[in-house]
Design a protein around this ligand. Sequence first.
Ligand code: WTA
Length: 635
Amino acid sequence: MSNYHIKNLEEYYQVYRKSVRNPQSFWEEIAEEHFLWRKRWDKVLDWDFEKPSIKWFEGAKLNITENCIDRHLHIRGNKTAILFEPNDPKEETQHITYRQLYERVCKFANVLKEKGVKKGDRVCIYLPMIPELAISVLACARIGAIHSVVFAGFSSTALATRINDCEAKMVITSDGSYRGAKTIDLKGIVDDALEHCPCVETVLVVKRINVEINMKEGRDQWLQPLLDNAYQDCDPEIMDAEDPLFILYTSGSTGRPKGMMHTTAGYMVYTAYTFKNVFQYREDDIYWCTADIGWITGHSYIVYGPLANGATTVMFEGVPSYPDFGRFWDIVQKHKITQFYTAPTAIRALAKENLDYVTNHDLSSLKVLGTVGEPINEEAWHWYNDHVGAKKSPIVDTWWQTETGGILISPIPFATPTKPTYATLPMPGVQPALMDEDGKEITGNQVDGRLCIKFPWPSMARTIWGDHQRYKDTYFSAYPNHYFTGDGALRDEVGYYRITGRVDDVIIVSGHNLGTAPIEDAINEHPAVAESAIVGFPHDIKGNALYGFIILKETGESRDRDNLGKEVNQQITDRIGPIAKLDKIQFVPGLPKTRSGKIMRRILRKIASKDTSNLGDTSTLLNPEVVEKIMEEAL
Ligand code: WTA
């Protein structure tokens, strides 16, 4: 039996039981056998969920890029590490071998050093899905700089907030990006952001779309000439197991994004282990995850997990609809993809289109299909299973979070029988618990509650950058000695988990986490707006869409509502990004509030989803009459 590669259900249960009985020895064995360490750890795990403090493999020394690149060179030097598929299908695919990846990462790392980046410095990466994105991430890791990738769909304000929060001294960006038939002026967005970021000293610019851009003297530099002059080798910085590897921002219930900080050794071990098992990865596979490296899925399952296993990982620059809705299947056919990992929202969008887009392609190379980011509805699951997987490729519905670093609940293909809409069973080493509202664990099966994890796993975020108290308050205070996920879940009769959705103020739209607070802040900045409340409502493709209830100031009352709505959405686009735009906007005379002044979102959610049969008791509200009024005018 191999702990590292589970092959059937019986083996899963054996491994799982072992992992729970003695997590330390379980992870120690995996760490020992499958990675390259410069020094062994002194202690496998030290933890305290009270503080909270979590340390894995303390005392060990390593560099994650040695594990993801160097150690593969002698056996896989000519194997493709990154297979880059450009936005335009007429542009050539790039095969970057492990040898070439080594050289490009080392050169890039040398450029970073030459520009004064040192171990522990923060580097913000704002790039489209081009090879330089993965390479710059790895170059940071090579020299021990902490990367903070910001998804290149975020606005200049959102980018500035993230740069300032971690005081990045460098930004890596490009002259622009391709997105289907459009181009996006990334450098312009960076320039706007940097008006407000005194900490940034240097901007490195990748040439991608060949347009004239503004280059600020003394600050901005084209990357290529620097790379041309850089040395080919760069000794890896030897890191402590718990040295920070990266910061990645996620939305929270207040306006400020949370910079989740991940460290080196545990993250590496866990992402590599879960990649291998959840995708049943084998040496000759061609694995494709369609996420953007700007999200955790891309960090863990495009870059680190696959490369740590010596895999070929596909990076796709474009969108599923360009040049037509068959693009995903073109790529699957062209590269004989074996594992395909995407988001339910993409599946729902493609399922709406003509089935010929799928059936015109040979998808027989596929072995495993995956989904992530939001619950997958039954209809989408069946469409994926029937038409993409031809009912022979198990679907792994993987549940996890930016905070968890890696997949925590998922079937293991060919081992765990799948069940539509169920993420099924915990990964080895993961100990879920369902809690009731009074903080007691709900035991047994056929129950539902709030999903917590009661024991540390190696890739959990260690803190929120610069705000440990918030980390404690958000994740470790609701249920003492438990990590609280913010999700609700149920456990069926055989112990399978189904994630039912967020129980806090985060709304998942098209698989993207959006906090209501930052969106409301953006809306409230509009001069005609007095107050607003955002809720989610069910949407065919996006899963959830946003419904905004907005109270206007007196000065706004005379304004044209359509125009105001457009301005509000523009305001959101400017402050956060187009992903946070509202699908519906209702101007209201008031918002239902409790006597202590808290907005009753539960009522608004019901109105937005047209489910007003059971609104509950509204008589205790401060302003019950407003509910009637909102219902009358609901969209
Ligand atoms: C949701 C993405 C149901 C969940 C990796 C979680 C899911 C949040 C699933 C984290 C799934 C993610 N089924 N819900 N398979 N996967 N979620 O941080 O609400 O972008 O808390 O990480 O997405 O989103 P994040």
